[in-house]
Design a protein around this ligand. Structure first.
Ligand code: SF4
Ligand code: MG
Length: 337
């Protein structure tokens, strides 16, 4: 399908007055398509959340989008989100209404001092010309849609009066209040028990079918990827090292980091099995110590001459499957030399 949002060549640096800039995200290219889910995968600190927050222009003050564009195909025409001021009217019209986000911890988006119904009503009234009463009707039907029993009464509950699973559902209802075109989910099931996790994933899949929205799903759990994703992008230390169709990448991972992740997950195919990315030998270096060449050099069992100093190009592996690794552009003899 036609892309809804394209991130092209985006780099983000963290600045600080007395230290050199740190490149947190390096020349990332990602595409989101209506009705499809892209999983952004990697260990904590690899730049997944920063990438997602850039799309909503919710970055901290010290984070600067240095290069690239984030092209959102709005109804009135394409908009480069990078050119909008974070607190501008145009950005606020997109954020929360056309692109919304859910988090691991619902309390980061729900206010503890207002009922969930009032919070959802408020978003609807803010973005759409509806009366309070009409907004409440929409709120109740949303709460019902996300599987909250007794939605009309539960709308009057405060977040602390709900279980963790119901709170997560309430946050999802809030994110869907204005029927977003893109839902960004940042580890939305990580804090939940296995049963609730499975229910929330089912719910998100079903809502995607109903609403046809694109989804950017951030996770470090390859079991979740297998269940929800159409496409996958694997990040390591700010780089997308491999990306493509989820079956292609799972079947034939080409980047040594992806290969290590896959081999650390036993029987990925078994849906019931919850799996975590077990860390690969060695630790992720600090972004300050990242080699100028391939980010994975210090942990890669195949590292060879060009790796520490020359950055591998995005290299096509098959249709829609690309990876950044010198092994793809060098002969075996060169790699062993
Ligand atoms: Fe390993 Fe070199 Fe490929 Fe990086 S470019 S993943 S260090 S072989
Ligand atoms: Mg994160």
């Amino acid at each position: 399908g036609k892309p809804l949002l394209s991130i092209n060549d985006m780099s983000i640096v963290f600045t600080s007055p007395d230290e050199p800039d740190i490149e947190a995200v390096r020349q990332v290219d990602l595409t989101l398509t209506p009705g499809k889910t892209l999983a952004l995968v990697g260990e904590s600190g690899c730049g997944k959340s920063v990438t997602a927050r850039a799309v909503l222009r919710l970055l901290d003050k010290n984070a600067d989008i240095r290069t690239g564009e984030i092209v959102y195909e709005a109804e009135g025409g394409a908009v480069d989100v990078v050119r909008l001021k974070p607190d501008s009217l145009a950005m606020r019209a997109i954020r929360g209404a056309q692109i919304s986000m859910i988090f691991q911890e619902p309390m980061s988006s729900l206010s503890p001092v207002h009922t969930i119904g009032n919070q959802i009503d408020e978003i609807i009234v803010l973005h759409e010309r509806l009366t309070q009463k009409q907004a409440r009707e929409r709120t109740v039907s949303l709460l019902d849609q996300v599987g909250i029993p007794g939605a009309r009464e539960r709308a009057n509950a405060y977040p602390f009066e709900l279980s963790g699973g119901l709170r997560q559902r309430a946050m999802i209802a809030m994110a869907l209040a204005c029927t977003p075109k893109l839902l960004i989910a940042d580890e939305p099931t990580t804090a939940l028990d296995v049963t609730t996790q499975a229910q929330i994933l089912d719910l998100l899949r079903q809502l995607q079918d109903d609403f046809g929205m694109a989804m950017l799903f951030i996770t470090h759990d390859l079991g979740v990827v297998a269940e929800v994703a159409d496409d996958i992008a694997v990040m390591y230390l700010g780089d997308v090292v491999e990306q493509g169709d989820v079956f292609e990448v799972f079947k034939a991972p080409k980047h040594p980091y992806t290969q290590a992740l896959m081999s650390s997950v036993p029987r990925l195919q078994r849906k019931s099995e919850r799996t975590r990315l077990t860390p690969i030998k060695g630790t992720v270096p600090s972004p300050k110590d990242r080699p100028v060449g391939c980010a994975f050099t210090s942990r890669c069992p195949h590292a060879f001459a060009p790796c520490p100093t020359i950055r591998p190009e995005r290299t096509p592996v098959s249709e829609g499957h690309v990876a950044r690794c010198h092994l793809l552009t060098h002969t075996k003899e060169e790699a062993l030399a």
